[in-house]
Structure formats: C-alpha cells, structure tokens
Ligand binder design. Structure first.
Ligand SMILES: Nc1ncnc2c1ncn2[C@@H]1O[C@H](COP(=O)(O)OP(=O)(O)OP(=O)(O)O)[C@@H](O)[C@H]1O
Length: 262
C-alpha cells in the first residue's frame, strides 16, 4: 500500500509574538484522512501553532509544508478550510447566514458569480451544521453557538482537503456538539483531514486518530485518545504514551514513535 500523503507538516517550528517566543520547536504532522487534536493548557501555544499553518503567524525558524509544498510556494488555499477561535468579530456585519456560508465558496468561484455546484455546497454545509432553517436570518440575530456553527459551515462549504478548527466546541451545548461531531464524521468519511484545537475531546473522541499535547510551546507528548483518557483519570500511574520521555529528551516524534504515520 502506498504511504499516506502528509497534508501538513511542521518541523522544528518556532514562532515569536511580540517579545515572546511562543512556539519553541514544534514537530507536528497530519496525514491524509487523519484527525489530529491539539490539546494543552491555556497559553501553551495551540492557537499560535494552527495560525502558523494558515500563514497568520510567520515562522521564525523551522519548516512548514502543506500538501508536500513548502509554505512559501503554496498557493492552493482553497484546499484549506479554517474556523477561527470563537469570536464576535462578525457582529455588526449586515449579512445573512447563507451569505456568510457562501463566502466559503469564493475561492472556488474565482471572482465569477456562484454557480449551481457552489449553491449546492452551501446548502449541504448548512444542513450539516443544522442551520438550514436560519439561512435567511441575519448573522447578528444568532446566538454565539449558532454563530460558531455558521463559521464551521463556511469552512465546510469550501469542501477543504484540510480542515483546521480552533476550539470548535467552545460554548456549544451538548446537542450542538453532537451535530458537529456527525458533520465532522461525514467530512472525514469523504477524505478530509482535520487539525483541531480542543480543550475536551467530548463527542469528537471517537473521530480522533492522534492527539498532541502542547506545553509551553513544545509538543510534550503524542498519544491516541484512549491513552489521554488514562492520563486524565490516573495521572500518577500512566506509562509513557508515544514516547513523551524521549520527546522531553529532545528526540523527534518520528524517532520515538516510528509507528506514527508521517
Ligand atoms: N499578539 C500577541 N502578542 C504577544 N503574545 C501573545 C500574542 N498572542 C498570544 N500571545 C501569547 O502566546 C502564548 C500562546 O497563546 P495561544 O493563544 O497560542 O495559546 P492557546 O494554547 O491557544 O491558549 P488558549 O487555550 O487560552 O486559547 C500565550 O502566552 C499568549 O499570552
């Protein structure tokens, strides 16, 4: 069987915000079809790590590749969907739910009016997140959790090969979390790779292939979700998962965890 394509690779990545070195040498990969969760305490660098992947934060050192192409030469941004950390940034923008989701198709339409396939993708994305009945409403009339669902639909409407989400479950009630988990399951079944920041795995747990735990700007350990659950429940008697001790000793993930797909 052919080796899986690596859709995203950060290698020895460092990044600085203001005077602060926030990422201090991150190795992280997402392979084709994989769902990788980034976990870690507040301020550990999770958002910064994924913002480097979409080019919002420049690397000060190390490498980033997207779909096998070095970041500096990567142009195929319609293959990447991004859902930012929940914000009220769109408040005050006079747009309907459907218009906001349609903006996720703009890079496909390439300055032409949206066509039939674009409209179908928007309709499907709205259905996936359970917001079809609100399509004509102003986004200003939505709750925070509904607004988040619209941003997720906007990313899904672009049919990305790599979907990047920053805390998509934040502020979601349990029913909405289940709706999103189902939407994500369908995307993954269709071949989408996913990198997402989570504080709790919640209903996404069964979908996650690997979880990387950040601490102070470095990947402290990489584990499968069951191992993370063990650590959370029995913090004092867990065995090493994915070579955290070796990572602490400065080895790369591929060296300590050769079974990890890269
Ligand atoms: N614009 C900025 N200028 C300087 N430092 C920043 C800036 N943005 C973030 N930081 C710092 O970078 C560190 C990492 O922030 P980041 O948002 O990546 O953390 P996080 O793991 O996503 O946290 P959270 O779970 O709270 O969202 C924090 O110490 C934060 O204070």
């Amino acid at each position: 069987m052919a080796a899986p394509e690596t859709v995203m690779a950060l290698r020895a990545a460092t990044a600085t915000l203001g005077a602060r070195t926030v990422l201090r040498g991150i190795d992280l990969t997402v392979d084709s079809g994989e769902v990788v969760a980034l976990l870690g305490a507040n301020g550990s660098g999770k958002s910064t790590a994924i913002r480097t992947v979409i080019g919002q934060v420049p690397l000060s050192g190390g490498e980033l590749e997207l779909f096998g192409t070095p970041f500096a030469r990567f142009r195929d941004w319609r293959r990447v969907g991004y859902v930012p950390q929940r914000s009220t940034a769109a408040a005050g923008v006079p747009a309907t739910v459907r218009e906001v989701v349609s903006s996720g198709r703009l890079s496909h339409a390439r300055l032409r009016p949206l066509g039939r396939s674009d409209r179908a993708a928007v309709t499907q994305a709205l259905e996936l997140v359970g917001m079809s009945d609100r399509a004509r409403d102003s986004v200003n009339a939505l709750s925070g959790g509904q607004h988040q669902r619209v941003l997720i639909a906007r990313a899904l409407a672009g049919c990305p090969d790599l979907l990047i989400m920053d805390e998509p479950l934040a502020g979601m009630d349990l029913t909405s979390q289940d709706v999103l988990a189902e939407a994500l399951r369908e995307q993954v079944a269709g071949g989408t790779s996913v990198l997402l920041v989570l504080h709790e795995l919640g209903p996404f747990a069964p979908l996650i292939d690997r979880a990387a735990v950040l601490r102070d700007g470095v990947v402290e350990r990489v584990a499968d979700p069951e191992a993370l659950h063990d650590i959370a429940c029995h913090p004092h008697d867990h065995h090493d998962v994915g070579g955290s001790a070796a990572i602490g000793a400065g080895l790369s993930l591929s060296e300590v965890n050769p079974g990890t797909r890269r």
